[in-house]
Unconditional design. Structure first.
Lengths: 113, 109
């Protein structure tokens, strides 16, 4: 069966510090991978998605970047965090091809202080 | 760009009352998905609708896809406290998924 792992669960970082959130998927190959951000009490905003190794599409201009160094690994990074980067970050995977059902990780609550 | 609006944003019901959330897209869709997110949790897939006018049921939940494939609804009959959470529709086209704004449901005894 497929599983998705996302860590850490919570993170408190000072403004200006770097960020690295990691997500890995097991039990499937060549998945579509996604990073979403959710502000408190709000909907999900798609940040990045990837259909293959090294292929990253950005949905919104921002202070963040994403990388996919391996087929089932998706990393969200920032060189210098801003207060506005605070939020709940969710990684998700879906089967390759036409976008379908998404399976979400448990999320990372990031607080930038 | 594509917009997916849900109404209401928030609804508070007493246990046993019915609940409906509506989802409207600005464009014609390939499919519509529904997810539930419990407080503090992550979205969990509920169902996908593909056909025009399609209706699917899961126990007390009824999902409907509009004839024009631009809107959808989720109806919960006789809500229970376990139904608490935010319900998102997700609009699917050939190339992307777009989350709706969500409806937060609160159920009290």
């Amino acid at each position: 069966s497929q599983t998705i792992h996302q860590w850490p669960a919570t993170l408190v970082q000072p403004v200006g510090s770097p960020l690295s959130l990691e997500c890995t998927v097991e039990g499937t190959s060549n998945p579509n991978l996604y990073w979403y951000r959710q502000a408190a009490g709000r909907g999900l905003q798609l940040l990045f998605y990837s259909i293959g190794i090294g292929q990253i599409s950005s949905e919104v201009p921002q202070n963040l970047s994403a990388s996919r160094p391996q087929d089932r690994q998706f990393i969200l990074s920032s060189k210098k965090l801003l207060l506005s980067d605070s939020g709940f970050y969710l990684c998700a995977w879906g089967r390759n091809g036409t976008p379908g059902k998404l399976f979400f990780g448990s999320g990372t609550q990031l607080s930038v202080l | 760009g594509q917009q997916v609006m849900q109404i209401p944003q928030y609804q508070h019901v007493q246990e046993g009352e019915d609940f409906t959330t509506y989802c409207n897209s600005s464009t014609t869709l390939s499919n519509i998905q529904w997810y539930k997110q419990r407080p503090g949790g992550h979205p969990v897939f509920l169902i996908q609708l593909v056909k025009s006018g399609e209706v699917k049921k899961q126990k007390r939940l009824t999902f409907q896809f509009g004839e024009a494939k631009k809107n959808s609804s989720l109806h919960i009959t006789a809500t229970q406290t376990t139904d608490v959470g935010t319900y998102f529709c997700v609009a699917g086209t050939a190339s992307k998924l777009t989350f709706g704004t969500g409806t937060r449901l609160q159920v009290t005894l």
